[in-house]
Write a protein that binds this ligand. Structure first.
Ligand SMILES: [Cu+2]
Length: 153
C-alpha cells in the first residue's frame, strides 16, 4: 500500500468526524469487473479498538451492498450473506478473495481499474452504538482466473 493512499484513508477517517473512531480500514480495494458483470467484491483489513461488528455497508456505486462470506460447501465454493462480521478488539480481520468480502451487487456500470469506489461501512458496538466509516477503495484489475467461483444469488 502506498503512503498516499494511507494518508487519504487517514484523512477520510478524520473527515468522517469520528473523534471516537474505533475502526481503522487499511488496504481497501475493489475488484474490477468485465462488461455485463453485475457483482464484485471489496476487500480490506479492518481493525477495531473495541469489540464491534460490521453490520452493513453501502456505496453510491451499487444499489445493493452486502457482507458476504465465501466458504466450501459440498466441495463447492459458495457465497453467503452474513448478518454481521465480528471484529474482536485489537485483532485485524481480513476481507480477502476466497473469504469475507463486501459484495457490490446489481452494478449499473462496469467498475474499471483506476476508478475509486466510495464505501460506507457501519459498525455496531456491544452497547448498540453505531459508527460509520467512509472508505475510498481503488479498483484493481485481477486476473479473472484467480476470481472466486460464480456468485449464486
Ligand atoms: Cu459475494
Amino acid at each position: 500500500m502506498n503512503n498516499t493512499l494511507r494518508t487519504i484513508l487517514a484523512a477520510t477517517l478524520l473527515a468522517a468526524g469520528a473523534a471516537q473512531a474505533q475502526v481503522t480500514v487499511q488496504d481497501a480495494w475493489v475488484r474490477a469487473t468485465v462488461p455485463q458483470q453485475k457483482g464484485t467484491g471489496a476487500f480490506m483489513q479492518l481493525r477495531s479498538a473495541k469489540d464491534v461488528r460490521l453490520v452493513s455497508a453501502s456505496s453510491p456505486s451499487a444499489p445493493i451492498v452486502e457482507v458476504h462470506e465465501m466458504a466450501l460447501q459440498d466441495n463447492v465454493m459458495r457465497m453467503r450473506h452474513v448478518p454481521g462480521l465480528e471484529l474482536p478488539a485489537g485483532k485485524t480481520v481480513e476481507l480477502k478473495p476466497g473469504g469475507y468480502h463486501v459484495m457490490l451487487m446489481d452494478l449499473p456500470a462496469q467498475v474499471k481499474a483506476g476508478d475509486t469506489v466510495p464505501l460506507t461501512l457501519v459498525f455496531e458496538g456491544k452497547d448498540g452504538q453505531r459508527e460509520s466509516v467512509q472508505v475510498q477503495a481503488p479498483v484493481r484489475a485481477v486476473n479473472a482466473s484467480a476470481a472466486p467461483a460464480q456468485h449464486k444469488h
